[in-house]
Design a protein around this ligand. Structure first.
Ligand code: UT7
Length: 333
């Protein structure tokens, strides 16, 4: 019997309207457009404004748009997994809030936390429910309102992040398309280099933690950078090798958008030319779980059925990984 595979049957992204460009950041911290562009590749990022608006607002827009686009009733959805590092609240899960607001009343829903690698972890997890025949329609949404945890007094982090979301539908493939292989890794010893110091159970919020600005992303940028360059390139090379893929076989590299230089290093190691790399970091910065689905959404019209895609990410944890998938449809339909 032919193995059931899980294919992506639709993708939709959402970014908020407000554009925070490098010029505006120059008025907030001591930085400049030239430094930001040359060190990261970022020109602007989107910010979700408005009292009481959390990550679910971004996720709801992406999921609603997805269901409309592929003409699927919300009640047909079996499961929604939301990959996020910035849930609306510690509990309930943001996925539950999204499911409720889009009317997915028959779905169960949960969040998955793997920082910037969350979208990869989530589609790998979701694909198992499809491959085993347990469920037929699973939505994975990667969403983050990074502006809610960014310290706009810290020039080493505030220039990098932005807000955004993307969602994909996973369904059974009759032709063996979709997810082919995944290499997912984690190393908790990296947690000291990239974390949020307070607000979790180890150090609950207090006046002191607020005064010390401990409810923000903190990172040792250079250490994270070095680990990201090596790890993302390693797994991407490994997944190509073990699936006997040459650079010519790869139609697209879909990298997490953390830093243009990390992306370039990964593409170089894979032997894949720039024209095959999805890059939108200049417009959105690092939207954490939103980066990869936002790329798929923006490049959807250029994707062809059978295209070999390599997805790759690195982030807090440390977590990292690479996924090989065959695109399942001609997108300019
Ligand atoms: O997806 C989550 C995972 N995170 C990442 O992947 C981020 C990985 N790290 C990076 O992308 C880079 O390390 C950064 C973009 C964060 C920083 O770039 P860098 O080339 O590693 O800079 P650096 O930290 O080595 O700093 C170089 C200099 C320093 O000045 P001195 O000591 O040489 O005088 C910094 O103080 O640049 C200074 N600097 C800045 N200057 C202008 C740091 N941030 C800024 C800034 N504007 N925003």
């Amino acid at each position: 019997m032919k193995k059931i595979t899980a294919e992506i049957t639709g993708v939709q992204g959402y970014v908020p309207n407000y554009i925070l460009n490098n010029k505006e950041l120059e008025t907030m911290v001591e930085t400049n457009d030239e430094w930001i562009r040359s060190r990261t590749g970022i020109k602007e990022r989107r910010i979700l404004k408005g009292e009481g608006k959390g990550t679910s607002v971004l996720g709801i827009e992406a999921v609603r748009g997805l269901l409309k686009k592929i003409n699927i009733d919300a009640q047909e959805v079996d499961l929604i997994i939301c990959a996020t590092a910035t849930p609306d609240m510690i509990f309930p899960s943001t996925a539950c809030i999204i499911a409720d607001k889009v009317g997915a009343t028959n779905a169960f829903a949960y969040d998955l936390m793997a920082a910037c690698s969350g979208f990869l972890y989530a589609i790998s997890t979701a694909s198992k429910f499809i491959e085993t025949g347990t469920y037929k329609k699973v939505i994975v949404v990667g969403a983050d309102k990074m502006s809610s945890i960014v310290d706009y007094q810290d020039r080493a982090t505030c220039i990098i992040f932005g807000d955004g979301a993307g969602a994909v539908m996973l369904e059974q493939s009759k032709e063996g398309l979709g997810l082919q292989d995944a290499i997912l890794k984690s190393d908790g010893s990296g947690s000291e280099f990239l974390h949020m110091k307070a607000g979790g159970s180890a150090k609950p919020a207090s006046y002191a933690t607020v005064d010390a600005r401990e409810h923000h992303v903190w990172q040792d940028g250079q250490t994270v950078f070095k680990s990201a360059v090596t790890s993302m390139a390693d797994v991407s090379e490994e997944i190509m090798k073990r699936n006997s893929l040459s650079p010519e076989d790869v139609a697209w590299l879909v990298p997490h958008q953390a830093n243009q230089r990390i992306i370039d290093a990964t593409a170089k190691r894979m032997g894949v030319g720039k024209e095959k790399v999805m890059i939108n970091i200049e417009k959105y910065g690092n939207t954490t779980n939103g980066t990869i689905p936002l790329c798929l959404w923006e490049w959807e019209n250029q994707l062809k059925k059978g295209d070999n895609l390599i997805l790759a990410a690195f982030g807090g944890g440390f977590t990292w990984g690479s996924i090989y998938l065959k695109w399942a449809y001609d997108s300019n339909k």
